[in-house]
Write a new protein. Structure first.
Length: 149
């Protein structure tokens, strides 16, 4: 009688473990009814992430706060590059070494002799919100030109 109970327990354990495995051909389903994110395989590494189902209660995507100071404007005298913006203000030091900020934008690739903490400047360049940096603050801004303000 004891061997039957042990055999039954072993069979039950095997069935339970087998049911836990995911089928290679069938996507798993999350509680909201759509496919789980782990079962979606992107075909393009640059593709956008999938959107949550319409009946999902996912929080709204965060919005970028308005930077302190004046809002950047498109400059009529800016270089011919598309999307060039001009910012004017006082450069401030960031929390990390060699990180400089202007009105909430992280200044990148500008001449360091003109871009220093405390300098009042006008910079022209392009906003790069997707660029990764080690500065931990500010929206990346690729500087194309600098002049004292």
């Amino acid at each position: 009688m004891k061997s039957i109970r042990i055999g039954f327990a072993a069979v039950a354990a095997c069935l339970a473990l087998g049911a836990c495995g995911e089928s290679a051909n069938a996507p798993s389903v999350n509680p909201s009814g759509g496919p789980s994110l782990s079962s979606v395989k992107p075909s393009d590494p640059n593709a956008e992430p999938p959107l949550p189902p319409a009946n999902s209660t996912a929080p709204a995507s965060p919005t970028r706060p308005n930077p302190a100071g004046p809002t950047p404007s498109k400059s009529p005298g800016a270089p011919a590059s598309a999307g060039a913006l001009t910012l004017t203000g006082v450069v401030t030091a960031g929390v990390e070494p060699n990180c400089l900020l202007l009105d909430g934008y992280l200044l990148l690739n500008g001449p360091r002799d003109q871009l220093r903490s405390g300098a009042r400047v006008t910079v022209t360049g392009q906003v790069r919100p997707g660029m990764m940096t080690t500065c931990q603050q500010g929206t990346p801004f690729m500087v194309e030109s600098v002049k004292p303000a």
